[in-house]
Design a protein around this ligand. Structure first.
Ligand SMILES: O=C(O)CCC(=O)C(=O)O
Length: 270
């Protein structure tokens, strides 16, 4: 485990205006942990396809039509609401995850959203956005994400690109992803200069932590292999979810992908 004092310092600076708005923790998870997560999601995708039982999760199909594959998981974009499943919960219960989250958010933390991203060969990237656009919360901040590389992330297989310093921006206008067959919930910032963006080239097990206002995107997977990632989002306990379903474009109900799960109380993982 990384030194708790160091984790504390790194997570603490996440939102400071002079900081880049993100932090990379190399080799945070081991290969077996990443494999366990992928295996669990493959099994779930197959069961959901065969029996119609997604076990309380939400399976979003990849909308891009030119996909090659034989197994159900080859056609999945994301699976939401997975944080209560064993391999994911085990990760969230790590002491160093607790250190990171309490340093960034304080002693009482909920995990309110989780998504496993398959990003199969041919899958579309997610356009420039700020996660805060999807989170109509009171208070609106602090909210942070943990993005775990389940496989290597490269320029070819569609790694993340981030705009350092953009955590200082307000939430910008997001327009619907204009591409044909856009994936569930994809929207795009078109009123900001992204020319200073940087690609996040990651190894399996690398963890990226970032602020909900940080602008980021990912590109299409033009490689022959999968680029998988697991993403969790966290807010302070007691945060009010004002419940607009922005993902499906409907208004007035809670987002079907959110699942508020108490995780840390008084600095201790539950
Ligand atoms: O990993 C990706 O391809 C996109 C993920 C992303 O942008 C997000 O989780 O907000």
């Amino acid at each position: 485990m990384t030194d708790p004092a160091l984790l504390n310092d790194l997570a603490h600076t996440l939102r400071q205006s002079h900081a880049p708005g993100y932090q990379l923790f190399e080799r945070f998870a081991d290969e077996q942990t990443c494999k366990d997560m992928l295996d669990d999601m493959v099994e779930l995708a197959r069961r959901a396809a065969a029996e119609g039982d997604a076990g309380g999760t939400l399976v979003a199909p990849e909308q891009q039509q030119d996909l090659n594959g034989e197994q159900p998981e080859d056609f999945v974009s994301k699976i939401f609401r997975v944080q209560r499943r064993e391999p994911f919960l085990r990760f969230l219960q790590r002491d160093d995850v607790c250190h990171l989250l309490t340093a960034a958010l304080g002693p009482d933390v909920d995990c309110f959203l989780s998504q496993f991203i398959f990003k199969n060969p041919g899958a579309r990237g997610q356009p420039w956005h700020q996660d805060a656009f999807y989170f109509p919360f009171k208070p609106a901040r602090p909210v942070v994400a943990l993005w775990l590389a389940i496989t290597e992330a490269t320029l070819e297989n569609g790694c993340l690109h981030i705009l350092p310093g953009s955590q200082n921006e307000p939430v910008h206008t997001h327009v619907p992803d204009r591409r044909e067959n856009a994936n569930y919930g994809y929207v795009e910032i078109v009123d900001h200069d992204m020319s200073a963006s940087q690609p996040c080239l990651l190894q399996t097990g690398d963890l990226l932590m970032f602020d909900s206002h940080l602008m980021h995107r990912s590109t299409d997977n033009v490689s022959n292999g999968i680029r998988a990632a697991m993403v969790w989002h966290f807010a302070r306990a007691g945060t009010e979810d004002l419940g607009q379903d922005l993902g499906s474009g409907k208004r007035g109900g809670p987002s079907p992908v959110n699942d508020w799960m108490p995780l840390i109380r008084n600095g201790e993982t539950l």
